[in-house]
Write a protein that binds this ligand. Structure first.
Ligand code: FAD
Ligand code: SIN
Length: 526
């Protein structure tokens, strides 16, 4: 089965949908997405989208906050570009029907989150992502040039490798001709040839046991591009959100938005003591790397499994108005936020690294763009400033669309691409091997490659990963493809990259923190 299309978009989160809307007047667009159209990290974004909309905020303040949070590893040119272009991109999604809360004066009700020196986060209650996704999908559905194929799983990016040529990571001129995708309704692998392809497959939180990311976040795009010999970087910088709801057995973890702390919520130990002043003068509103490490340290020192977020001092009517979903969720598990403190624990939340792209979202592979969480643009450096990722996705999808529109007329389909070869494979008869290896992988990453690392832990992780990799590849060689197996392979690749990049980073910076680079007294605490 073959399809041909001008623009192929992999993923239906904010990055994929906005790119599709921007190119659709100039050619046919197919969006493939592995679950329902709305299922994405985007849908679960709570806090909002950072943007400089009016004074007293300025572009310069947002630039400085982003640079400071990124711990010296941001690309300043990219930071300035995203911050200054971001406001126009936000206005575009408002024109497409996205609603953001306003105050009585009719101005945007801007929230504050960790690391921001101003109130600058536009939001729709505590369900901003859901609102953005709703508005974008409504636009997509009314565009005659866009087809959305749900339950289509992108397996591999097609390059010269599939035409029998040798492709190396150092090769010049590697090009993308489309993807092989598994149609989950027919179980057939289809060849989709495209002139331009955008990878917008989101993050990889599922590589850890505790994560705020939904189950689709398996790093597929990053792994596919890496397999196709594209460049990736900054993979060691995994952001752990300080406050996911402590609710054993729930997976993924429910997020308690940082905006709650911006609204007056205070972190406390189980005996009700504030502790953040020991770690940062911004206390509960310190950037995430600092807050997550502080919580991790307090839990380890005290031998406790969570800390508390105390919201009892916030007027209840205001809390419910701003955070109806958080309130509802707490209520559903018996927590009354007016009387009880909320138990919270850090959870894997965001991957700062990914597919290397330039200022137009171009990857190192020709005709292949990447945007959103799967891309590494230089905006975040060693640590992402809260609510900068939705903004980044908008700016880079826009810029990628400009570049793609300028080149698409000169491109042709590579008709000689062969069909997927499933020769010699059989139906898997032991799915349990996949689920066990996934669980083991998540345990290894959580135990050895979490918030605090060391060379010894990283080496252990690498050894364990080699075994899981070997077993999974053997399974892959002999069985018919299934999405679970593909996701496991992709997660193993992502895990391997996180560990390898972490081993190469010989300093503590931003989200990478190893006890090997501490003075002895500090190391003893960890
Ligand atoms: P996603 O929105 O994750 O979309 C990826 C898409 O790719 C999905 O449709 C998925 O199904 C599809 N896909 C993946 N693999 C394949 C495959 N192999 N084949 C086909 N389709 C595939 N950021 C902020 O800026 N502000 C916030 O307030 C905020 N809150 C957050 C709260 C939570 C709980 C989480 C998890 C994240 C939050 N983030 C926030 C981060 C932000 O939501 C994401 O970084 C952003 O939405 C990523 O958008 P995206 O388009 O790159 O990817
Ligand atoms: C949150 O609402 O705390 C998440 C914001 C983000 O990840 O940017």
């Amino acid at each position: 089965m073959r399809k041909e299309v001008d623009f192929l978009v992999i993923g239906s989160g904010i990055a994929g949908l906005t790119f599709a809307l921007k190119v659709a007047d100039h050619g046919k667009v197919i969006i493939i997405t592995k679950a329902n159209a709305e299922e994405s990290n985007t849908k679960y974004a709570q806090g909002g989208i950072a943007g400089v909309m009016h004074g007293p905020d300025t572009f310069e303040k947002h630039v400085q906050d982003t640079l400071e949070c990124g711990a010296g590893l941001c690309d300043e040119k990219i930071v300035r570009m995203v911050v200054t272009e971001g406001a126009d991109r936000i206005r575009e999604i408002i024109e497409w029907g996205t609603r953001f809360d306003k105050n009585e004066k009719g101005d945007f009700d801007l929230a504050k989150e960790g690391g921001h020196s101003e109130h600058r986060v536009l939001h729709y209650k505590d369900a901003t992502g859901n609102e953005i996704e709703r508005a974008l999908l409504a636009q997509i559905q009314s565009h005659p040039n866009i087809s959305v194929y749900t339950h289509y799983f992108a397996v591999d990016i097609i390059t010269q490798h599939h035409l029998g040529e040798e492709v190396k990571r150092t090769s010049e001129g590697t090009e993308c001709y489309g993807v092989y995708a598994l149609n989950l309704r027919t179980n057939q692998i289809e060849t989709i040839l495209s002139k331009v392809t955008l990878v917008a497959t989101g993050g990889a939180g599922q590589v850890y046991r505790a994560t705020t990311n939904p189950v689709i976040a398996t790093g597929d795009g990053i792994a596919m591009v890496y397999r196709a010999k594209g460049q990736v970087k900054d993979m060691e910088f995994i952001q752990f959100h300080p406050t996911s709801l402590y609710n054993p057995g729930e997976h993924p973890s429910f997020l308690i938005t940082e905006a709650v702390r911006g609204f007056g919520g205070v972190l406390k130990t189980q005996d009700g003591e504030e502790f953040m002043e020991k770690y940062d003068e911004r206390k509960s509103l310190a950037p995430r790397d600092i807050a997550a490490r502080a919580i991790d340290n307090e839990m380890k020192v005290r031998g406790e499994e969570f800390v508390f977020l105390d919201c009892r001092q916030i007027p209840m009517d205001k809390f419910v108005e701003h955070f109806p979903n958080v309130n509802q969720k707490c209520k559903s598990i018996g927590i009354d936020v007016t009387k009880d403190m909320i138990p919270v624990v850090p959870a894997a939340h965001y991957i700062c690294g990914g597919i290397v792209v330039d200022e137009f979202g171009r990857s190192s592979i020709g005709n292949l763009y990447a945007a959103g969480e799967c891309a590494c643009t230089g905006l975040h450096g060693a640590n992402r400033l809260a609510s900068n990722s939705l903004l980044e996705a908008l700016v880079f999808s826009h810029r990628a669309s400009l570049d793609a529109l300028a080149s698409v007329a000169k491109l042709n389909y590579r008709e000689e691409v062969p069909e997927w070869d499933a020769e010699g494979t059989t139906q898997p008869n032991e799915m349990v091997l996949i689920t066990h290896n996934l669980r083991e992988l998540q345990d290894v990453m959580s135990n050895y490659v979490g918030i605090v690392r060391s060379d010894q832990r990283l080496k252990r992780a690498l050894n364990r990963l080699r075994i899981i990799y070997g077993e999974t590849e053997a399974l892959y060689e002999r069985t018919v493809l299934s999405p679970r197996l593909c996701e496991l392979r992709n997660l193993i690749t992502v895990a391997y990259l996180i560990v390898k990049f972490a081993m190469l980073r010989k300093e503590n910076v931003g989200l990478h923190y190893s006890t090997d680079f501490l003075v002895t007294s500090e190391a003893a605490k960890n």
